[in-house]
Design a protein around this ligand. Structure first.
Ligand SMILES: Cc1cc2nc3c(=O)[nH]c(=O)nc-3n(C[C@H](O)[C@H](O)[C@H](O)COP(=O)(O)OP(=O)(O)OC[C@H]3O[C@@H](n4cnc5c(N)ncnc54)[C@H](O)[C@@H]3O)c2cc1C
Length: 416
């Protein structure tokens, strides 16, 4: 496989991580991204990162970028708490104090998604082609022809569809693959932390990820408190890398089944940030005054709506020069904080398969796909079960609670 040319559709988390690993291994890789610029869409939310992300990033990134990832992660959180809407503590789970939360394999932290994406894109500028929306491809005996929306084409030996939910690559490769709407809806928002908003934080939120249980809706809340401001960390650790300034914030998500929000689903899907923020505020209007005040202090324009979707398991297919990773093949509910972690795991596994030194590209891809289908759809199923429990209890956050409780003798590794 020497001289392999890999094309990646999608410069998201999985595609960029794969590209970093391939470049480190000396493989020629080009990344084609639909968006005209990396910051064209809000990337504002917090991502929980676990050992899968830790191992993938540690393996694929150059050492200084891995250090930068850790330096710009949030303080590790050591507790998971469930609160009532009036801030009564209903449950607390402490993480294992002996666990090294910064070690790649036992990592447990959270990051700002946009910052992580900037780190993943570092050093790849000449290889990332923005504004190139892939619409299809054709394979022949010698390679793949990629077709773009502007009518232009490119050639590669291997095409990786890392183009997220509604993947164009998946549409051609696995036309029968389906994604279902789980019925869950989440209004996400962000409240910047200053002296005033810090005073409003329930003490549980300062110590770790928190689920708040209301009647019809629930809320998840987690801080992103950078260990170092991203631009300072970049200047100290990787001076050639530019990271955008981002201030500490509280991420919140008001969630419910779609019929439990006061506005019809179709209306919510069309709403702008201010209207969504108003719906979230109304949904918690009888909650504790500090929670209402935290929402009132939100960066309203950063509020957005998520319809939770989940991929159906796809039976095994015959390996070819074209493969998929991340949400393009196994999109899942964010309830278990698993989608990005699984996409990064795919990236490191596909990178290992393509650079293992074999001569048969189909066999390498087939080996990756067999493993990926197992753990990828298992992660989808786990998230789906969680959603089902949720619907039964009427409150999505029950699912977060059950999934974050450590199993007896476990390591508490679901604590955010
Ligand atoms: C609100 C929210 C919170 C979440 N929280 C967590 C969490 O805490 N932990 C966790 O593990 N996961 C979380 N997830 C899931 C996680 O964000 C996704 O699973 C992850 O981003 C998938 O990575 P990816 O590389 O497959 O796709 P993406 O990161 O979505 O990247 C896909 C890229 O492909 C590009 N693209 C799309 N179509 C084309 C095309 N035709 N041609 C070229 N480019 C294209 C897109 O513009 C995008 O840049 C969350 C998701 C949401 C919505």
């Amino acid at each position: 496989m020497s001289g392999l040319r890999v094309a990646v559709a999608g410069a998201g988390l999985g595609g960029l991580c794969l590209a970093q690993g391939l470049v480190r291994a000396g493989v020629d890789v080009q990344i084609y991204e639909r968006d005209a610029a990396p910051d064209i869409r809000s990337q504002g939310y917090r991502l929980h990162m676990d050992g899968r992300a830790g191992l993938a990033l540690h393996t694929c990134l150059p050492p200084e970028l891995f250090r930068l990832f850790l330096a710009t992660a949030s303080r590790p959180s050591r507790k998971f708490t469930v609160l009532s809407a009036q801030l009564r503590v209903m449950h607390e789970t402490l993480g294992d104090p002996n666990r090294d939360l910064d070690k790649p394999e036992t990592l447990s932290t959270s990051v700002n998604r946009g910052t992580l994406r900037e780190i993943l894109g570092a050093g790849l500028r000449d290889r990332i082609h923005q504004g190139r929306e892939l619409v299809g491809y054709e394979q022949d005996a010698h390679g793949v022809t990629l077709r773009f929306v502007d009518g232009l084409t490119e050639r590669a030996d291997v095409l990786v569809g890392a183009d997220g939910v509604n993947s164009a690559v998946s549409r051609t490769m696995l036309p029968a693959a389906t994604i279902v709407d789980t019925g869950s809806r989440i209004i996400y928002g962000k409240t910047p932390l200053d002296d005033e908003t810090r005073r409003l934080l329930p003490s549980a939120v300062r110590d770790g990820f928190t689920a708040i249980i209301g009647g019809r809706v629930g809320m998840a809340a987690g801080l992103v408190e950078f260990r170092q401001p991203p631009p300072d960390a970049a200047a100290a650790i990787a001076p050639g890398v530019r990271l955008s300034p981002v201030s500490d914030y509280l991420m919140w998500g008001v969630s419910a089944q779609h019929d439990r929000f006061p506005e019809p689903d179709a209306t919510m899907a069309q709403m702008g940030a201010a209207a969504l923020h108003a719906v979230a505020s109304t949904a918690i209007q009888s909650w504790h005054t500090n929670l209402r005040a935290l929402l009132a202090k939100a960066a309203v324009e950063e509020t957005f709506f998520v319809r939770v979707r989940s991929s159906e398991r796809v039976p095994a297919w015959t390996p070819s020069r074209v493969t998929l990773l991340g949400d393009a093949i196994h999109a899942m509910s964010p309830a278990r904080g698993s989608g990005a972690n699984t996409a990064l795991l795919d990236a490191v596994n596909l990178c290992a398969a393509l650079t293992a030194g074999g001569t048969d590209v189909f066999a390498a891809i087939g080996e990756y796909e067999a493993r990926m289908r197992d753990y990828g759809f298992a992660a989808v199923e786990a998230s789906r079960q969680a959603e089902t429990q949720t619907a039964r209890r009427g409150n999505p956050l029950w699912l977060w609670i059950f999934n974050h409780l450590p199993k007896p003798g476990g390591r508490g590794d679901r604590v955010h």
